[in-house]
Structure formats: structure tokens, C-alpha cells
Design a protein around this ligand. Structure first.
Ligand code: ATP
Ligand code: MG
Length: 567
């Protein structure tokens, strides 16, 4: 490809609304162009990278025994009503109406469509297991589209769905896809972690996320050298249980705490550590009132609470409801003397307290020396708080480390969630009907391109891993007016192309400085610079990653590159 004839609109300046490096560099290197919020065109070199990632994914999915299909993007709304997801998708679902006033959705994912295929086409246990996948544009009206193609409203996903007679068969496919995903990310040259993930309030099911490690990743991972890793949302919060919390036991006392509605304020006013204080959070779940007790230095993990209650709509009480329930204002709630029928959940860490300081359910008053079991009853101990760095690894009891990641893949054991709702079943060898056991497996193709840049860049631009670079090498003739230089560049280019390498020839009549900067910005791993030294029979080979420069006799450069590509 000749740069002079290509659409590679590089930018010198940092675009205004781009915050993270991958977004900035994708715009600056001319990989993508914004149409409107969360919607992008992949320009020629961006598209080349996307195709490379896509091909690696396709090869690995085929190797794992999955079959490629292509499902429709337009989905009749009824199918979401049938699965019960119309509500859970909510406003993320893009909707449109046809000429006959029927409502359609633009596919955000394809569990419904594929379940309908299986319902009609996989009738017998003999047809199972099967795993079908596709690579297709998805549409989600994200509340906050951001970071370019990282969180877009229109993006490319590889999604796969498997159908099984039993859990064992599902487990086999699940492991096979896990291996395929590991291979995909390794082949793309990225560092990653597979983490235990939250499977939502459905509960019980297994789910893993594939996180590309990057400082600016939106996801938080807690991991341990022993190999354990979990999404922060998911991780159990374990502390050393030989250490106790709270103060002396004795009869509890009322203490005035003027202007102290937060843990920090109470801690400062009473001169006690925040770990002595226990927070009481009040919720509504399906019309019932519940109280949740947490150590003062810990935060609630609402996802855990949702799962434990099995209620995705659990919500905090508003100030009026709090007043009605406790008689006191926000910030002074406590577990002592709550009306009968208020179920009290406590985080497991509450077991460590000999006594505690809690709200008195009266303005500007707290109770100290409160003892659970004596002064009030706890109905259930659960793991409810958000884990944090330093909490103990559930496998080896060492301290967990916190890092950031970008979720590029998510695999999930669905069980019969969709097959039951959509009446999709097969006949077993006795002629009895059962719902399919299902798995689903998503991989963000366009997000992967951004993730690769987030992990591999420097101050000068992108540093592509070789396997997904838009070109194998760039040839940069410094002076395009010099016939000998241009002849050498063209000749070399053709020889490489004949060998199957992809080459970008920067034949633009621009200053060498601009061309060098641009070549580093777009991040091709190797550059052959043909300049003044050609008169001495020498060209320069520049390695983008190490910035190492080698002088190579022009007669040897061809073999040298081929050797490098093979190694
Ligand atoms: P997230 O938590 O990042 O919103 P998700 O849980 O909604 O992701 P899935 O429904 O599991 O994602 O989709 C599978 C994969 O599709 C994700 O792992 C991610 O790589 C990709 N993906 C999801 N949403 C987007 C988006 N808005 N833009 C780009 N890629 C996305
Ligand atoms: Mg999402």
C-alpha cells in the first residue's frame, strides 16, 4: 500500500474529547473516525487490525469445534418479551418501528435468536452438543459511551452459544472455549488474567471474564500469586479472623454526637477508630424492609446483596421511609429497637465484633458498647462488603493485590434460563423432553483493538504486537525526489509483497521528521529507512518496540527481514 494513495489521516494534536491513550492514539493514528457519540467508522488501517483480530478469533473458535453462522441484526420485540428480557435490557435496547408499526430491536446480543434456532433444529439428544458462533455488529444504547470503541453504542462482538444434554457436556465446552479465549489473547500478544466473574442475581452459575491488564482499564481485579483472580465485584471479602474488632463489653450507652451523620464524623467526634463503628443501611426488597450491617471502614457491594436477596430491584430507603421505619433521620440508623419484622443481615466481618458503636435511631445520638445477640438479633450473616486490596486470598490466605483490566471476553454457564423461558427442548433416549442446558460466550472484537493499544504504546504512539499489526513493515524513502532511493524502495516493497508480507510504502513528499513521527505513531513493528547512506549501500532497520536502529547492507535487508519474520 502506498501512503500517498491511502486514507490514513494522522493528527499531531491530541483530540479534545479523548481521555485515555488508546482512544487518543486510535484517533491520532487515523484508525477510526467518529460519526456521533459511541459510533465510529474503522478507517483502512484500523480495519486491517480489526480483521486480524477477527481472523485469530475465527481460527480459534473453529479449532474449538464451533460453527460460524450469521444471525439477523433486526429482532422482533416479541422475542425479548418471550425471554423476559425486555425489562432487564431496559433503555439499552435500541428500538425502531417498521412500516406496519411493528416494533423491532437492534440486536444487543443473540440468546433469543439462537434459542429459537435450537428449538426448531436440535430436537434430539443425538443433535447435541453444538456450539454456534458469529462475528457481528451489536447495538447497545450505553448510558455513558466512552473511550472510543472501548465502550461504544455500535460495536463488533464475537458471540457463541452452546446447547447440551447435561452439565457435564456444558462443562466440557466451557473449558474448550476458555482455552480458545486464552489462545486468542496470547496470539494477539497481550497480557491478561482470567477472573471469576459475577453471574448476576441468577446465581449459582459459573462465569469468567478475560481481562487485558491495563492501568486505565475500567474493571478492578483482585488477584494472588497462587493463581486466584476475581473481579472486584465478585471477590469474597476475607480478613484475618484472629484479629477482633470493637471495644470493651458492658451495658451500652447513649452518647450525643452532634453533627455526626457519617462514619468519619462519628469517629472524629467520639475519638474512636472507624473500625469500631458499624453502619446500618436500610433497604426495600419486594415491599419488605431490611437492615444491612457493615463495618464502618467497609463499603457495601450491591451486586452481592442483589444476588443474596434474589432481587435485582432492591433499593435504599429514601429519607422519609427511614424516618417512618426508625423514627430517626438519615445517618443515625442502628439495629437496636428496629420494628419487628425488619430482617437484619450482617456482613460476616461483623462476627469479629465484641461490641460496636451504632446509630441510635435518633438525631445526633449514637449507642456505644452495643453487643449483637444481647442488644439485638442478627438474622443472617453473609458476605456483603466490597473486597479490597489486602483482603485474604480464599485459596491460600495471602493478601490480594488490586489491578486494573479491560474486559475483552465473558463466558457464562446459562443453564436453562433461556431454554425454559422460550420452551426450547430436546428428546432424550427415552423420548422424554428436557430443556437445553446452555452456555454463552462473548468476545469484544473492536474493544480488543483498543485494549491492545492501551497495553502497548509509548509517548510516540502505538507499538503493535506483530500478529495484529496493520502491516508487517513500513518502507520509508527519505527523499522521494531521489530516483535511486525510490527505485530501491519500490523494488524492496515488491519483493516483500511477493513473499506474502504486508508493506506500507511511505512515498509522501513530506519532511523526514513528519514521516518518522507518523511511522512511529501508527506503530508498525519494523521500518526500513532508505536515506542518504544508500550511496554507501546501507539502509536502516528500526525496531519500533525497542527503538533499536541497525545499519544493514541493502543487499542483505531482504533476507534479514524474512529471518526476523520467521523467528
Ligand atoms: P461491560 O461490563 O464492559 O459493559 P458486558 O458485561 O455488558 O460488558 P457482555 O454482554 O458480556 O459485556 O459482552 C461480551 C463482550 O462484548 C464484552 O466482554 C466486551 O468485550 C464486549 N462489549 C460489551 N459492551 C461493549 C461496548 N459497549 N463496546 C464495546 N465492546 C463491548
Ligand atoms: Mg455492558
Amino acid at each position: 500500500m502506498r501512503w500517498s494513495e491511502s486514507c490514513i489521516p494522522t493528527l499531531k494534536e491530541t483530540p479534545r474529547d479523548a481521555e485515555i491513550q488508546s482512544h487518543i492514539l486510535m484517533l491520532r493514528a487515523g484508525l477510526i473516525k467518529k460519526l456521533t457519540s459511541g459510533i465510529y467508522t474503522f478507517l483502512p488501517i484500523g480495519f486491517k487490525v480489526l480483521k486480524k483480530v477477527e481472523n485469530i478469533i475465527r481460527e480459534e473458535m473453529d479449532r474449538a469445534g464451533c460453527q460460524e453462522v450469521l444471525m439477523p441484526i433486526l429482532h422482533p420485540e416479541e422475542i425479548y418479551r418471550e425471554s423476559g428480557r425486555l425489562k432487564s435490557f431496559g433503555p439499552e435496547l435500541f428500538k425502531l418501528t417498521d412500516g406496519r408499526k411493528r416494533t423491532f430491536a437492534l440486536g444487543p446480543t443473540h440468546e433469543e435468536v439462537i434459542t429459537m434456532v435450537a428449538r426448531d433444529e436440535m430436537r434430539s439428544y443425538r443433535d447435541l452438543p453444538q456450539c454456534l458462533y458469529q462475528i457481528l455488529t451489536k447495538f447497545r444504547d450505553e448510558i455513558r459511551p466512552r473511550y472510543g470503541v472501548m465502550r461504544a453504542r455500535e460495536f463488533i462482538m464475537k458471540d457463541a452459544y452452546s446447547f447440551h444434554v447435561d452439565e457435564k457436556s456444558l462443562d466440557e465446552t466451557y473449558r474448550r472455549i476458555e482455552t480458545a479465549y486464552r489462545r486468542i489473547i496470547e496470539r494477539c500478544g497481550l497480557e491478561y488474567r482470567v477472573v471469576e466473574a459475577e453471574s448476576g442475581y441468577i446465581g449459582g452459575n459459573e462465569s469468567h471474564e478475560f481481562m487485558v491488564l491495563a492501568d486505565n482499564g475500567e474493571d478492578r481485579i483482585l488477584s494472588c500469586d497462587c493463581g486466584y483472580a476475581a473481579n472486584l465485584e465478585r471477590a469474597a471479602a476475607l480478613e484475618d479472623d484472629t484479629e477482633s474488632r470493637g471495644g470493651e463489653e458492658g451495658p451500652f450507652r447513649e452518647v450525643e454526637t452532634p453533627g455526626s451523620a457519617t462514619v468519619e464524623e462519628v469517629s472524629r467526634f467520639l475519638k474512636v477508630p472507624d473500625t469500631d463503628i458499624v453502619k446500618t443501611l436500610l433497604y426495600d426488597t419486594e415491599g419488605k424492609r431490611i437492615a444491612v450491617l457493615l463495618p464502618g471502614d467497609r463499603e457495601i457491594n450491591n451486586i452481592k446483596l442483589t444476588r443474596i436477596l434474589g432481587d435485582p430491584e432492591v433499593r435504599f430507603l429514601d429519607p422519609e421511609e427511614i424516618k417512618e421505619l426508625t423514627g430517626g433521620p438519615v445517618g443515625y440508623s442502628g439495629p437496636v429497637g428496629l420494628p419487628k419484622g425488619t430482617v437484619i443481615y450482617a456482613d460476616k466481618l461483623i462476627m469479629k465484633y465484641s461490641s460496636m458503636t451504632v446509630g441510635a435511631n435518633r438525631a445526633e445520638v449514637h449507642l456505644t458498647g452495643v453487643v449483637p445477640g444481647r442488644d439485638f438479633e442478627i438474622n443472617s450473616f453473609e458476605d456483603l462488603v466490597l473486597a479490597r486490596e489486602g483482603d485474604l486470598c480464599p485459596q491460600c490466605q495471602n493478601g490480594l493485590k488490586l489491578s486494573n483490566g479491560i474486559e475483552v471476553g465473558h463466558i457464562f454457564k446459562l443453564g436453562i434460563k433461556y431454554s425454559e423461558a422460550m420452551h426450547a427442548s430436546f428428546l432424550d433416549e427415552n423420548g422424554e423432553s428436557h430443556n437445553f442446558i446452555m452456555g454463552c460466550y462473548g468476545f469484544g472484537v473492536s474493544r480488543m483493538v483498543a485494549a491492545a493499544i492501551e497495553q502497548h504504546h509509548d509517548k510516540d504512539g502505538i507499538i503493535w504486537p506483530e500478529s495484529i499489526s496493520p502491516f508487517d513493515l513500513i518502507i520509508l524513502p527519505v527523499n522521494v525526489g531521489n530516483k535511486e532511493v525510490m527505485d530501491t524502495a519500490n523494488e524492496l516493497g515488491e519483493k516483500f509483497i511477493e513473499k506474502g508480507l504486508s508493506v506500507l510504502l511511505d512515498d509522501r513528499d513530506l519532511s523526514p521528521g513528519v514521516k518518522f513521527k507518523d511511522s512511529e505513531l501508527i506503530g508498525v513493528p519494523l521500518r526500513i529507512t532508505i536515506g542518504r547512506k544508500l550511496t554507501d549501500g546501507v539502509v536502516e532497520l528500526f525496531h519500533r518496540k525497542t527503538r533499536q536502529v541497525e545499519e544493514v547492507p541493502v543487499g542483505k535487508i531482504f533476507e534479514k527481514i524474512l529471518e526476523h519474520m520467521e523467528c
